[in-house]
Ligand binder design. Structure first.
Ligand code: IPE
Ligand code: MG
Length: 226
């Protein structure tokens, strides 16, 4: 969800105003995904590297998370959203840690849409913590064991990864899980990402041929036999 800061700066607003608009865009995106039958939505809200931003922006983002938890969770719970927070939690403010845990409990019985919010998350962090857990359990460091220990083991690998804001990089998002994801880079700043953008992304995804290492002929033959 990139581009909040630029959205605000272009309007001569403080960056935090952009993050607030970004939260509105996320709320809208969650509803749209439910309407379109998306089963899992995973968003990158705060990276392991975002701690390096100016102190007021970091504390503003933590405060925004705390208020969002209080304000949004009851509605999300009613709508059938199951929340998971993915990332390292110990370094977060105590209030946020409690809020995350409570939100997960409050939505644990839901299954309409799984919403993973990556917060204090990094793809490298996830790979390292998974490997450490596998090793600590005395298991072999196989792909299967590492996969099962990843913080996103409860959902399949993503089919489509959308990065807004015009940058052409993954910035430590879903490094392990992105192996065969379709990548889509949009110039739209995240606060502006709307229904038309989501539908365009889904339409673009539908045009991609997914081969998972196989040939185009193999993929066509499989599709024809189904
Ligand atoms: C993404 O927007 C949101 C977070 C990283 C919290 P940015 O804050 O990176 O927005 P730009 O890239 O400065 O426009
Ligand atoms: Mg950015």
């Amino acid at each position: 969800m990139d581009g909040n800061g630029r959205w605000a700066t272009r309007r001569f607003l403080p960056r935090l105003a952009g993050h607030k608009k970004g939260l509105d865009a996320l709320r809208r995106c969650v509803r749209l995904c439910m309407e379109r039958g998306v089963a899992v939505l995973t968003v990158f809200a705060f990276s392991s590297e975002n701690w390096g931003r100016p102190q007021d922006e970091v504390s503003g983002l933590m405060a925004l998370m705390a208020t969002a938890l209080t304000r949004e969770v009851p509605e999300l719970a009613r709508e059938g959203v199951r929340l998971h927070f993915v990332g390292e939690r110990e370094s977060l403010p105590a209030k946020v840690q409690t809020g995350l845990a409570q939100a997960e409990v409050a939505t644990a019985a839901n299954d309409r849409l799984v919403l993973n919010i990556c917060f204090n998350y990094g793809g490298r962090w996830d790979m390292a913590q998974a490997a450490a857990r596998v090793a600590a359990a005395g298991q072999a460091l196989t792909e299967e064991n590492i996969n099962a220990a990843m913080a996103l083991a409860h959902v399949p690998d993503p089919d489509l990864i959308i990065r807004t804001g015009g940058e052409l990089r993954l910035s430590n998002f879903l490094l392990w899980q992105a192996a065969y994801a379709e990548l889509l880079f949009s110039d739209r700043l995240w606060p502006d990402f709307d229904a038309a953008d989501l539908d365009a992304a889904i339409a673009e995804f539908a045009r991609r041929e997914r081969r998972f290492g196989q040939t185009s002929a193999q993929v066509s033959a499989q599709a024809a036999s189904e």
